[in-house]
Every structure is written in C-alpha cells, then in structure tokens.
Ligand binder design. Structure first.
Ligand code: C2O
Length: 548
C-alpha cells in the first residue's frame, strides 16, 4: 500500500485573536493543525511528539481502525496519554470509507485547538467521486475560541458540576471573521471562479455547539456525511453536530460579487447562555474586487430551530454503491440506552461541588451509569492482557426503570436522576449485529446529544420525538438506504435507532461529542471479542504504545 507520513509536533503557540494575545496548544505551530490527505487503501503513519506541558493523545475521528485499535487514540480507552516529552507513532490503514473526517486531541478539552482535517480521496488509480468532479476542494473547519484558558474553563465546570463557560467566538478555519472585534484581517477568504464547482468539506470541531452553516446566494448539495456518500441532497442550510462532517457541492452560479459564508449555534449545552454570535468567511468571485459593496449575509435559522435541523437530518439517505455494506436484518444484541442528565451524590462538605440540582452534583449518564475512565491502564490494554479490576462487563442493556423519558419534571422521584460512577462495559461477540436505541431524557431539560461511536459506522434506521415506541418505530425503519454515520444528533426529547456489525475487535468508546458532557460521564464502551482466526484478531500492541 502507498504510505503517507506525517510528524505532529504538539506544543505551545502564542496567537493574537479577538484583540488579545493568548497561548494555546497546537500542532506544528498552526491553527487549525495540518490537513491530512490520503487515498482509500493507503497506510497512514503519524509520529506525534508531545512538546506541550499537557498529557495528550490524538484520535482519528471516524476512522474504522480495522484491526488497528491501538491507534484509535482516546486517552485511557486504547492507550495511556503521551506524557510531556513523550512520543507515539500512530499507524493504520484507511479502508472502507471516503470523504471528510478529522483528527483531534482526545484528552481533556485540548481538542479546542488540537484538531485538523482528514481527507480520504477515492482509491489511487481509476476511481472517482460519485458526483461531478469539483474544480477545487475546500475544508471548512468550524470551531470555537475562548479568551480564557480552556483547561481552566473545563476544570471550573468540573469542580462546580455546572455548565462550561461560553466561548468567545465561533471560527471558520481558525478565523472568527469580521463581525468579531479586531478580526477584519482574521477572516477566512475563498476565491471562486464563475461557473465552477467547489466541494466544501465541512467539519464541526466546536466543543459544545451544534451549528447551522450557510452561504449567501448559493445552494448546497450534500453528497456525503461522516465520510460516507449520500444521495445528493439539495439544501440551502447545513446542520452539523459536534463531531459530524458534511461534504457539500457549491456551484459558483450567482451574480459575481462577495457573499458571506456563516455559521452560528443551533443548540448548546443547557445552562450555557444563548450564543447569538456568528462566524463569517467571505466567498468572492474572481472577477469582483475585494473593495466592492459589503458581502451579502445569509439568513441563518434561529437558535433552537429544531424543525429545520430535523428536516435536514431526516432527509439524508445513503447512496447505494456497488459493494457497500447493506443493513443486516437479523439482530443479535438489542440495547435501549437512555442518555442525558442526572445527579451524582456529592461530598456535602464541598459546597461548590454540590451546586447542581437538589444540592447534588450534575452528572451525565447512559442508563444511569456515569462513565468513568480508568486511570491505571487503558481499557484496551486491560482487555488484551486480561488484567482484572479495571472495568466490569455489566453495562445495563436498559435503564433501571421505565418512565416518561421526555417530560421535564423536577418533582420526580430522585431515584430516576441518581447516577453511579463506574466503568461498566458491554462485551460483544465478533461479527454480532447490534441495535441500539438511544433515548434522550428530559428530566433536567431536553437537549440534542451528538453521540459518537468509535471503530464503526452505524446505520441510522429511524429518528423521532417523544418516548420510543418499538412497534411504531419499526414500521418507519429505513432498511434500504439509511444514512451511515459515526456521530448521530439524537433529537432533543426524542430518540434514534442505530445498527452496526461488531466486526472490529478492540475496545471502543461511545460518547457524547459535547466535550462538557463527555467529561461528566455521557459515555460507555464496548469490548469486541476477537474473531476465530489470527486474521480476525487484534494484534499485540506496538512497542511504543504509551503506558501509564
Ligand atoms: Cu471525535 Cu471520541 O471523539
């Protein structure tokens, strides 16, 4: 296979943004970090050298890591962190997927600035896109920027059990755009030629916000999500949840001039104040001067416009390509998982820690288990060496009690909200088909959670609002061409049904991609057993795997 190599030097970088100087952690002195481009079938080798003062690890978001689970990257899941001064070489093959993914730090909130685009082109040789060849391909990496030190922000939200502090700007390719103070020069610019086609590779790298994205005067055609081709879907607005990607074609067919591309919040974590700021970039036709009349601004949907978001999400279907996996009809494991907020008994002597609902600490959970990462070794190491005491394999297949999940009701029995911190995993047979119903709860407020599964793509069979009703939902299952994702925005006050085949041995975390929720316990992990042969089993760890 063709080998693509990179070296990532992670270290401090001082930049001026929003009228202030600040030092952040970045890769190779760039914000966003380097763009990785590979063809399907290539091998990627990335040496990561940690010159930052923090423990880090890098995750290749959405990459299957087939039989290369040691390279997946989440801290304490597949590896221990790369300590300051340490290094680790990630090595894996890129197979079975094409389109846009990204990479990011998977250790505390460092991913705010340690992230970049990962593009998977069609196989080397003759293969092409299943859509008209674009004249140019453009990463549109949407992010957030804090004037404060993001590590402090996270520490504060963890100790108080409260919501994270609001970011100071959204960004396009690291730039806030000219609507923010001192940012006229810090605006992303895209020059286009009339009549040409552009492929926008849109990524939501924000920590805690779902985003709307639009380009004034232009329609977009979605052709892929999460590196999986979709039926071409024409739309004027794109919705991206944290972790998700959208590939969309833009035809430069408007009257030559200047147009804003813009993104703003669709939804954020409860308790986070409504953020009405908008990041902008400027799309300019070659033939028009940069000093012509001000760019045209698109009308973005309002914060909380769920009907628009739901229309976008539910209109997406997969493009049926020859050889693509089809939905398995027989299910081996059925899980029903509630996701949302609850409380965790706090130490009453520590007032700040008990500032959550009912004088307890706010926590997140799946089936009332608030996920706790181990600290002595990674889940995958423990699994591989059969070390006892690191985790248990009793993750509950359903919540402790059935109730009305979607009504906001603070007078409820506190028992429904009570979570316990634990590292409880679910063990899966090699090649078993798993169906997961994710039921959002609303006990402490309803919110859309972007749930991300490592190691696999899943079929999204259906989504809906209210309490999940199996009979009604199953009638609506799309078993023919459901969209394929690695991250699903489970509707606020609703549910989603996923199905995947556990064909990749290893330890795989499934978690909310809202950074603040992940650290509060909104996750769980699967152990997928080895297959029957050496070719279907996880090889031993690489010699340089960081240990604890
Ligand atoms: Cu993009 Cu576990 O994350």
């Amino acid at each position: 296979a063709h080998v693509v190599k990179h070296t990532f030097r992670v270290g401090n970088l001082t930049v001026r943004k929003l009228c202030q100087e600040r030092t952040v952690v970045a890769v190779n002195g760039r914000l966003p970090g380097p763009t990785i481009k590979v063809h399907q079938g290539d091998t990627l080798i990335i040496q990561v050298i940690n010159r930052s003062p923090y423990d880090i690890s890098i995750h290749w978001h959405g990459i299957f890591q087939m039989l290369s689970g040691w390279a997946d990257g989440p801290n304490y899941v597949t590896q221990c962190p790369i300590r300051p001064g340490g290094r680790y070489t990630y090595k894996f093959d890129v197979v079975g997927q094409e389109g846009t993914l990204w990479w990011h730090a998977h250790a505390s909130s460092l991913r705010a600035t340690v992230h970049g685009t990962l593009i998977i082109l069609p196989r080397r040789g003759s293969s092409t896109y299943p859509f008209p060849k674009p004249h140019k391909e453009v990463p549109i990496l949407l992010g957030e920027w804090w004037n404060a030190n993001i590590a402090d922000v996270e520490r504060e939200s963890l100790t108080t059990g409260g919501a994270p502090n609001i970011s100071d700007a959204f960004t396009i390719n690291g730039r806030p755009g000219d609507l923010y103070p001192c940012s006229i020069k810090d605006t992303y610019n895209l020059k286009v030629a009339a009549g040409k086609i552009y492929l926008l590779r849109i990524i939501n790298a924000a920590l805690n916000h779902h985003l709307f994205f639009k380009v004034a005067g232009h329609h977009l055609t979605v052709v892929a999500t999460d590196a999986s081709y979709t039926m071409p879907y024409p739309t004027d607005v794109v919705v991206v949840a944290p972790g998700q990607t959208v590939d969309a074609l833009l035809v430069a067919d408007a009257r030559p001039g200047r147009y804003y591309m813009a993104a703003r919040a669709y939804a954020s974590a409860p308790g986070v104040p409504f953020d009405n700021t908008t990041t902008t970039g400027v799309l300019r036709y070659e033939s028009s001067s940069s000093f012509s009349s001000p760019p045209v601004m698109p009308a973005l949907p309002a914060f909380g416009d769920t009907p628009t978001a739901h229309r976008f999400y539910s209109n997406l279907t997969a493009l049926l390509l020859r050889g693509a996996p089809t939905v398995p009809l027989a299910v081996d494991e059925k899980m029903f998982i509630t996701i949302g907020f609850g409380v965790y008994s706090c130490d009453k002597k520590n007032k700040a820690a008990c500032a959550g609902p009912f004088g307890e600490r706010l926590a997140c959970s799946m089936n009332n288990v608030s996920f706790q990462l181990p600290t002595t070794q990674s889940l995958l190491q423990a699994h591989h060496s059969q070390a006892p005491g690191v985790y248990t394999e009793d993750f509950p297949e359903r919540p402790p009690v059935a109730f009305d999940y979607t009504s906001y009701n603070v007078s409820l029995n506190l028992g429904l909200l009570q979570t316990a911190r634990a590292t409880r995993l679910k063990r899966l047979r090699y090649n078993s088909t798993v169906q997961v119903v994710l039921q959002n709860t609303a006990l402490l407020g309803a919110e859309s959670h972007p749930i991300h599964l490592h190691g696999f793509n899943f079929f999204v069979l259906a989504m809906g609002f209210g309490n999940y009703d199996p009979a009604a939902a199953e009638r609506r299952f799309n078993l023919v061409h459901p969209q394929v994702r690695n991250t699903i925005a489970v509707p606020a006050g609703g549910w989603a049904v996923l199905r995947f085949v556990a064909n990749n041995p290893g330890a795989w975390i499934m978690h909310c991609h809202m950074d603040s929720h992940m650290v509060m316990g909104l996750g769980m992990a699967f152990i997928v057993e080895n297959g029957p042969t050496p070719e279907t089993s996880l090889p031993p760890p690489p010699h340089d795997l960081p240990r604890c």
